[in-house]
Design a binder for this molecule. Structure first.
Ligand code: GTP
Ligand code: K
Ligand code: MG
Length: 442
């Protein structure tokens, strides 16, 4: 087999910085250090070295250099790190010299993680945990991503896959002993017990109120209500900046405007929307359509109307999904004073009621996300595979038990569906999609 190219990339953020870390991975990583920064440091020991262009002998920088021998490395290959001074021209020069070394080329996005996967260092669910960890903005997101990267989901899913393999072995035994009716029936009965237990566990995992995905992607709050209720003013007060245009003219907001907040470590996305009324013109009509579409998908709709006006009844898109998704608010209580009709009163102008509102949103988000330590589905990709798995499991449980071959096929499909999540089976098709979303150097 031809030697796979040695890859390199800037792994720290681009731009001016105190330090820039360039990583190298592959069979030639050690030779690269020998050529650019001799002598090669001892395995896993940092050493200060001059970085030179081996052709011109020009000194490019003085840097900390590390060499890590395979296989105890992140990618499973030989790796080197150059901790350069973080000037863009130094980084550019060093990357240029690396590109001229035999067998070396710039890494593609996600290629370090891809090699870690291919060398069995991480499975796919762990790789996706790593991607989430890099993206994490809040504490709870970081916890969830770190647990996933360290294998919390992988262990759970592998356990289920092993149980399915055990049931498969029993079903195969039934096929082998099909002319000994008792033995075959007994094996099928034991397999059925295993699959029945699994069915319950996966059903519970699927029926999680999307809490893992909400934590990963954010709890979606939509501000809606009649025009001029003060929605944009409230958004700005929550975001503590002028994110949306405010004016006394009804129908100011047309496009949906989103701000991301960190409430108690939970990611919350608040959207300001167009006021709902009989639209005047095509643009406002489209704005209202967008408001209603967002309200239907929201985890919580804040229905805002002025404190002095009685509660305007919300459209069914807003109220139809029940109280869990709906919180009525009374705005501008600096003018009217408190309200007595059960609405939570707020003033964007004075800030009155905002701490209570923030607490109420955080409370709802916490309820939806639930126990943060229990592993939850974090991606639609996993949910889809589990639905496939469950279809086959249902076939298995409900199909005639004495049709052993058909039941064995059900289990094969169920096992394969779970295997696709962690990358145990034919995964080439999903690899590009997953690793391509990483940035270069990861
Ligand atoms: N006194 C007082 N005035 C407010 C408050 N919030 C908003 N207003 C005023 O009410 C008017 C409408 O505010 P917006 O925030 O634009 O209302 P909106 O609901 O976004 O309006 P549309 O986008 O047109 O639907 C503006 O003149 C604001 O200054 C408040 O808490 N107190
Ligand atoms: K307005
Ligand atoms: Mg507005």
């Amino acid at each position: 087999m031809a030697e796979s190219p040695t890859i390199f990339a800037l792994s720290s953020a681009p731009g001016r910085a105190g330090i820039a870390v360039v990583r190298v991975s592959g069979e030639r990583a050690g030779f690269v250090v020998d050529a650019l920064a001799p002598p090669r440091p001892k395995d896993r020991v940092a050493a200060l070295r001059r970085i030179r262009d081996p052709q011109s002998a020009e000194v490019l920088d003085e840097a900390l250099v590390l060499f890590f021998a395979a296989p105890r490395t992140e990618t499973g290959e030989d790796m080197a790190e150059l901790h350069l001074h973080g000037g863009p021209s130094i980084v550019k020069a060093v990357l240029g010299v690396l590109g001229r070394q035999a067998g070396c080329r710039l890494a593609e996005p996600g290629e370090f993680a891809r090699r870690a996967f291919q060398n069995g260092k991480l499975d796919l669910a762990q790789v996706e945990g790593l991607a989430d960890l890099i993206e994490a903005e809040t504490e709870a997101q970081r916890h969830q991503a770190l647990a996933q990267m360290r294998g919390a989901l992988s262990e759970l899913y592998e356990g289920w896959r092993r149980a399915l393999l055990e049931a498969s072995a029993l079903t195969e035994a039934a096929i082998d002993f099909s002319d000994e009716g008792d033995v075959a029936a007994d094996a099928m009965e034991r397999a059925r017990t295993i699959v029945g237990k699994l069915e319950g566990e996966i059903a519970a995992h699927l029926d999680d109120g999307n809490r893992g995905e909400i934590l990963r992607d954010g709890f979606r709050v939509v501000l809606a209500g009649p025009p001029n209720a003060g929605k944009s003013s409230l958004l700005n007060a929550l975001a503590r900046r002028d994110a949306a245009i405010v004016s006394e003219e009804a129908g100011t907001t047309r496009d949906v405007i989103e701000v991301r907040l960190d409430l108690d470590g939970l990611p919350v996305i608040v959207s300001d929307t167009a006021g709902i009324r009989e639209p005047r013109g095509a643009v406002e009509k489209e704005g209202i359509r967008r408001t209603l579409a967002h309200a239907r998908d929201a985890d919580l709709v804040l229905w805002l109307s002025e404190a002095t006006a009685p509660l305007v009844p919300p459209p069914p898109e807003v109220s139809g999904r029940g109280d869990t998704f709906f919180l009525p608010l009374a705005s501008k209580i600096d003018i009217s004073g408190a309200v007595a009709d059960g609405r939570l009163g707020v003033s964007a102008k004075t800030g009155a009621g905002l701490p209570e509102l923030v607490a109420a949103i955080a409370q709802r988000a916490r309820e939806r996300v639930g126990d943060l330590s229990a592993p939850a589905i974090t991606r639609a990709r996993y949910r889809e595979r589990f639905m496939e798995c469950m279809n086959s499991v249902h076939e298995y449980m409900n199909g005639p038990a004495d049709q052993y071959e058909l039941r064995a096929e059900d289990l094969r499909r169920a096992t394969q569906a779970i295997g696709r999540i962690t990358g145990r089976v034919d995964v080439e098709d999903v690899l590009g999609e997953i690793f391509g979303r990483f940035c270069i150097g990861k």
